[in-house]
Design a protein around this ligand. Structure first.
Ligand code: TXA
Ligand code: MG
Length: 390
């Protein structure tokens, strides 16, 4: 991989539209001409290349160290830009795009011939997404081409949600890094496959199964079922979409077969249903470290939790331990309340930060499954290395 200078562009949210144009123009031109540009989206930072330029796309794989059989998402600014990429934009796909995007939803559609094999890893389908982040949207518009972009991390690291995460992984390997601050959601988009018998969630994200189910129900009510894949759902169903079991043996999404990022530390999930029960579980884990009969004075624990749960821990654990046999505990408190949006927003940043501090074990507060918590728990399980997960 050749070393090159990475130019960083800092975006202040107070900039006018014209100022933003001026700042982004060189990076957009670079994208158009085959370069690599990392940029913020509402989910995580993406590493973009011109999706119609196979050589540029190949550079994404080498900069990331990504296996070539893991396809990329193509980012566009509007629905019209999706038509050339697919042979069939069904009424259902249009309906989902109209109601749920711009935003953190990726659709898998039949690909058209203009999409290079390098993007789809040779599959007959293509992943498309319309991001809502104003910087991503402006960059794509200025580039004037669809932008293939995986998450802007080295393969095997957590997706980046801050510019410094990208710089840590890719400085010297890419042309531009656009710093737009922290990403709103902090977890990657929901991936919804529309090419099978029925819509199927391949990766949970901020657009939850419940949201998609309700949009599908509306669509069905409007009597617009014309596309063959949905014909068997003419009858109302409880839950018309399938959510992939993250531990399933045969991955539907190629990326799902790769072992995902797991921190150097062991990650233990404490996922009881109430804050008190989770605080008890965290205390028990900490005490468990004490009872292992080993010298614990140099064991470092990281704990990822909300302030409300932290406040329920025994006072002796919350204060800096005077007793040298008690492990050093680094609390990473993500928000006042234990809730999925804040827990998701800070998760990848916390994992990178705790890794940098060389903790041996990370205890993470889990949240009851359902809604936005499903994606959070999915990423926690991946980070804990549970099962055959991406
Ligand atoms: O939020 C996101 O989706 C971010 C931002 C940058 O947009 N992107 C992202 O890309 O997470 P990446 O490459 O890290 O993850 C894309 C996932 C992978 O699991 C990949 O296997 C799957 O989407 N994918 C891409 N194309 C596919 C296809 N044609 N069929 C099935 N899965 C596909
Ligand atoms: Mg990724």
């Amino acid at each position: 991989m050749k070393q090159q200078q990475t130019v960083q562009i800092d975006i202040d949210s107070a900039l006018s539209g014209t100022q933003l144009d001026e700042l982004l123009r060189p990076a957009a031109l670079c994208l158009r001409e085959g370069g690599l540009v990392a940029f913020p989206t509402e989910t995580v930072y993406g590493l973009g290349a011109n999706a119609l330029d196979a050589d540029a796309v190949a550079q994404i794989f080498s900069a990331k160290g990504r296996p070539g059989d893991n396809p990329l998402i193509v980012h566009v600014a509007d629905i019209d830009s999706i038509y050339p990429l697919t042979t069939d934009l069904s009424p259902l796909a249009e309906h989902l795009l109209n109601l749920l995007t711009p935003g953190p939803l990726t659709l898998i559609l039949p690909r058209s011939a203009i999409v290079p094999d390098a993007v789809t890893a040779g599959l007959e389908t293509v992943a498309v997404r319309i991001p809502s982040h104003p910087v991503a949207r402006k960059l794509i518009k200025l580039a004037g081409v669809p932008v293939a972009a995986p998450s802007a991390n080295r393969s095997g690291k957590p997706s980046p949600t801050r510019a410094w995460h990208v710089a840590d992984d890719l400085n010297g390997r890419i042309d531009y890094l656009i710093d737009g601050g922290a990403c709103e959601y902090g977890l990657e988009s929901t991936v919804l496959d529309l090419t099978g018998e029925q819509p199927e969630i391949l990766r949970p994200g901020a657009i939850s199964a419940e949201m998609i189910t309700s949009v599908l129900a509306e669509f069905r009510k409007s009597g617009k079922i014309v596309s063959p894949p949905l014909s068997k759902h003419d009858q109302p169903q409880e839950n018309p979409i399938h959510t992939e079991d993250p531990f399933a043996a045969i991955p539907k999404s190629p990326g799902m077969k790769y072992r995902h990022y797991a921190p150097a530390a062991d990650l233990v999930i404490c996922d009881q249903s109430s804050p008190q029960a989770r605080a008890d579980a965290i205390s028990q884990q900490i005490m468990g470290c004490l009872n292992q009969g080993q010298s614990t004075s140099d064991v470092r624990l990281g704990v990822y939790l909300s302030a409300e749960t932290w406040a329920l821990l025994p006072a002796s654990l919350r204060t800096e331990a005077k007793d040298p046999t008690i492990p050093k505990i680094l609390f990473h408190i993500y928000a006042e309340k234990a809730e999925p949006a804040a827990a998701s927003h800070h998760l990848f940043d916390a994992l990178r930060t705790l890794d940098q501090k060389s903790v041996d074990i990370i205890l993470a507060e889990g949240l009851p499954e359902g809604g936005a918590a499903t994606a959070y728990m999915n990423r926690l399980r991946k980070a804990s290395g549970g099962g055959d997960v991406p």
